[in-house]
Design a protein around this ligand. Sequence first.
Ligand code: NAD
Ligand code: 0WE
Length: 276
Amino acid sequence: MAEQTFPTGTLMAGKRGLIMGVANKNSIAWAIAQQLAAQGAEMAFTYQGDKLLRRVKPLAESVGSDTLVDCDVTNDDQMEAAFKTIEDKWGKIDFLVHAIAFAGKDQLAGSFIEQTTREGFKSALDISAYSFVDAARRASNIMNDGGAMITLTYLGSERVIPNYNVMGVAKAALEASTRYIAADLGPRQIRVNAISAGPIKTLAAAGIGSGRHMFRFNKAASAMQDNTDPMGVAGAALYLLSDLGLSCTGETHHVDGGFHAIGMPQEGPLRESLGE
Ligand code: NAD
Ligand code: 0WE
């Protein structure tokens, strides 16, 4: 993401929360963290292993955070320790951002039925879907009533996207989990939502075989004829995590330039490419 400034305000003043899933400055979680910081939020960050600390630390410091916790979501001890650290520091939190997904590279290319192994399936669902259930439970134990949580998902849960394969199945489980978590925490006025973002150039989207084609196609076929701006995702996160989002829970909100709404392209380059 290019350096951009987020308008300042007080929508998150007095709110504290945990951001899981910043890897570098291009991470969607980082766009969200900057947006929340500009509105007065106080944040802690988890990161995946020593290698990423070098990148995440200066980012966290730039938004006034000194709380960074090493946490691989497949490790129960690290999950336990991470939430313990937050509880020791603050006692209570007000929000959680979950922006974590992973499937083995071998799972993300070619035929879904041929490529998807038992281990690949288990690991993708564990890291990309169960981790939200686990984090939501732990967060809810230290969350003030009236708090909020979000996760990040992708259209591959609802429709077939070439090569997304088992990740699409994991995102379907993640979105269903969002609804069940929302039901459990609703009586405490804790809201739980998913943002379905269009393709964005991050580490997780790098090295996708058909990447160039995907970004070009999404641009051409979306209602807005453009790729998804992480600023829009950050704005949606601010709405859902602040009191602006009151009464919205269990929702999957698309921020994708309207790509999800289109069934057939209007006149334009895509139609011309069919020789019209
Ligand atoms: P990213 O690579 O910046 O973030 C992914 C994060 O997942 C990284 O911080 C990585 O450390 C973390 N992670 C992976 N395995 C982990 C594990 N075992 N334990 C702890 N952390 C782990 O990429 P991103 O695009 O910002 O991805 C964030 C979220 O947004 C993901 O859920 C992704 O599916 C979703 N999303 C991305 C796009 C896109 O096009 N980039 C579109 C829609 C949704
Ligand atoms: O959720 C994602 C990507 C998540 C992801 C990315 C990787 C790359 C490196 C999960 N696991 C891995 N494993 C790796 O080894 N997105 C929404 C971005 C994305 O990824 C795709 C996409 C899109 C969009 C993969 C294939 C097709 C489209």
